[in-house]
Design a binder for this molecule. Structure first.
Ligand SMILES: [Zn+2]
Length: 454
């Protein structure tokens, strides 16, 4: 008898090998669901173990039934007696079990019960049952079952998952199915199919781990599996959403990464407005001019997922430009260079001012002819960027291009022989205070934090 010291509830069982039986309980491998859960909840040490009686094996069933009837233990579901005693079955019994398993396997009702739709994570193909998937790939039921339950990584060269995460087959079922399937021979056709697959490695999905993009967090994962793990869901569930079945998985929207690198100007604009980076009001700019729109880039840069997404769009534009290093001017440029370089797989360094003069510090250097992408957040006149270009040239690098989040000059800014690219073009009108239409209307100035920009 197991008795929980926390709540006083009991469980009564029988065995011809107590040590083994207790170990099964301890490791939550017993088939008694209530006690199993309780042990998982309270811990093995929270249970007192008592031997109620020693008796001959033949009397075990009877004794168990007696104690359960007498003591009414809370954790027992059955009346006892009928459960497995773990006595090795005789050859006759084994034959009967085998027949029963065969019958079960042929029983349509039973098949329907265990028929769970599954998905091949690599191909995205959905099967109505493990059996049909096994037949298609030419492996055994058990093989796919093991892959589904995480005991093997792949079956037939593919990764598998239940379409519905709750559809895990219990160990009991999978054991009995294993029995039923034992000795079953694969058809010559199935064997050939599988052999072809392995021989020519003809399965294009084997090495094809498609990167996955999480819309809300902006993160990119190398594979469906890694993405699923990051939010604690099953790969199949995520795969479903990726293939358009269902809208969210784990509370997020997902896409295959290659579909989402590009951003339209409207998407960029919406992002800036949504985060409050683009503000509307009546602003006095640092230079003395007035404007109805103001951009505080740090409303975006303070949110890593958005920054990551913007930089990925930049990286996508320059992915074939053989960039070796990304350089940005401090402060916003540090963040952008870092994220863009992360996406491009290059180095990220930054320039900063020493006594008002832009330069590299901290031991940053460029080798002769190093291909450099310059990144900047919001560009109005392009003064800082021009200084960065000069620093890059001075250090022997080649400024391949300038990339901006926002070109707010309305396309007027240019950097001579260095081409430029902006995710968003805006034309922000500025006025001398005496000509300002908002001042004329008597609109009060909108307060804002200092940008530190000169
Ligand atoms: Zn004004």
């Amino acid at each position: 008898m197991l008795k929980c010291r926390v709540n006083g509830k009991r469980y009564i069982g029988k065995s011809n090998n107590i040590k083994r039986r207790l170990n099964e309980h301890k490791n939550c491998k017993s088939f008694a669901p209530l006690i199993c859960k309780a042990i998982a909840k309270y811990g093995w040490d929270a249970f007192d173990k008592t031997v109620l009686e020693f008796c001959p094996v033949e009397e075990l069933d009877e004794k168990e039934m007696h104690y359960i009837a007498e003591l009414k233990p809370e954790y027992n579901l059955a009346k006892g007696g009928s459960g497995p005693t773990r006595v090795s079955p005789s050859p006759e019994t084994r034959e009967i079990l085998r027949e029963a398993a065969k019958k079960q396997w042929a029983d349509e009702k039973y098949l329907k019960l265990i028929k769970k739709p599954i998905i091949c994570i690599d191909t995205g193909e959905i099967f109505d049952s493990v059996k049909s998937a096994a037949a298609k790939v030419g492996v055994s039921y058990g093989c796919i079952s093991m892959a589904l339950n995480g005991k093997m990584k792949t079956a037939g060269g593919y990764r598998w998952a239940y379409l519905n995460p709750d559809d895990k087959v219990s160990e009991e079922t999978s054991k009995s199915l294993g029995k039923a399937n034992r000795g079953k021979k694969q058809s010559a056709e199935q064997i050939e199919k599988r052999a072809t697959k392995l021989r020519g490695k003809s399965n294009p999905h084997l090495n094809h781990y498609k990167p996955v993009f999480c819309v809300e967090t902006g993160r990119i994962f190398a594979s469906v599996k890694i993405a699923a793990e990051s939010v604690g869901i099953t790969p199949c569930f995520l795969s479903k959403v990726l293939h358009g079945i269902g809208k969210t998985a784990g509370g997020y929207h997902w896409k295959f990464a290659k579909e989402v690198f590009y951003m339209t100007e409207k998407e960029v604009y919406d992002l800036f407005v949504k985060t409050g980076a683009i503000m509307h009001g009546h602003f006095a700019l640092t230079g003395g001019d007035h404007s109805a729109r103001y951009i505080e880039k740090f409303r975006v840069l303070e949110r890593p997922p958005y920054t990551a997404r913007l930089c990925r769009a930049i990286a996508e534009h320059f992915k074939d430009a053989q960039i070796e290093t990304v350089v940005g001017p401090a402060t916003g440029g540090i963040i952008l260079a870092h994220e863009t370089a992360f996406s491009l797989g290059t180095r990220a360094i930054f320039t900063e001012r020493v006594d008002g003069k832009m330069t590299f510090r901290r031991g940053f250097t460029l080798h002769e002819g190093e291909r450099v992408l310059i990144v900047e957040d919001v560009v109005t006149t392009g003064g800082s960027v021009r200084e960065v270009i000069d620093v890059v040239k001075q250090f022997g690098g080649v400024p391949v291009a300038v990339s901006m989040l926002v070109d707010r000059s309305g396309g007027k800014v240019n950097f001579g022989d260095v081409p430029s690219y902006a995710l968003l073009h805006m034309n922000v009108e500025t006025y001398k205070p005496e000509d300002c239409p908002l001042c004329k209307e008597g609109v009060p100035l909108t307060k804002r934090g200092s940008t530190g920009k000169k």
